[in-house]
Design a protein around this ligand. Structure first.
Ligand SMILES: O=C(O)CCC(=O)C(=O)O
Ligand SMILES: [Mn+2]
Length: 201
């Protein structure tokens, strides 16, 4: 699939390196990819332990990658599913935009505005100290919130249908990110975060 390319638009924030491609995919391509990802990915409801109780996380997730790209998450080792052609095509596009390789992707499905993601950094040891992460968005435009760990500075980036946001450098070390609930959104959003997982003993 040919993707049109405008950008990147650098997002100027202290202690962060962010490149935003608002139209990495045009409208028709993004519509088609959203439909394929919603139907083809093996979406699962993961649960976490909160105050001793098992609760559903507020979104569906799926994990794909090279067989070597094991990921430890809340004490569980997640074995990735093998790549699907639709994911490999998007991975290639992100590798060109970011000028680096990825060996795995975490997919998130926010069914509507009730689904969300809490504040966190992508700073697991498997990702290394200054990870490059390519975050692709399809579907409903949602606000991607960033909060500086020391100064508390907050920024909201609306992530458009068909956009790619590349985070690198000290972004994970110095900032947290998350996605708040909103009553305004009633349609789904799919987000793919491509990463390079190092093996950690
Ligand atoms: O949905 C998003 O834009 C963010 C996803 C995210 O932060 C993650 O998967 O680690
Ligand atoms: Mn994240």
């Amino acid at each position: 699939m040919q993707a049109s390319l405008f950008g990147p638009e650098p997002v100027e924030l202290p202690d962060a390196t962010l490149d935003y491609f608002p139209e990495a995919y045009d409208r028709a391509q993004a519509d088609e990819l959203l439909a394929q990802l919603m139907t083809q990915l093996h979406w699962r409801q993961d649960r976490i332990c909160l105050y001793g109780k098992k609760v559903n996380i507020p979104r569906l997730q799926a994990w794909y990658g090279d067989s070597s790209a094991n990921y430890r998450y809340s004490g569980l080792t997640m074995q990735p599913r093998p790549w699907l052609p639709v994911l490999e095509a998007i991975k290639l596009r992100c590798e060109r935009l970011a000028d680096c390789r990825f060996n795995s992707v975490l997919a998130n499905l926010y069914r509507d505005g009730n689904d969300a993601m809490g504040w966190h950094s992508d700073d697991e040891p498997e990702l290394g100290s200054r990870p490059v992460i390519a975050s692709v968005s399809f579907g409903a435009e949602r606000g991607f919130d960033l909060r500086h760990k020391k100064t508390g500075q907050k920024v909201r980036l609306p992530l458009a249908h068909g956009s790619v946001l590349i985070m690198r450098g000290d972004t994970q070390k110095c900032w947290q990110h998350g996605m708040a609930r909103t009553k305004k959104i009633t349609s789904p959003r799919v987000n793919l975060t491509f990463r390079w997982i190092h093996s950690v003993e």
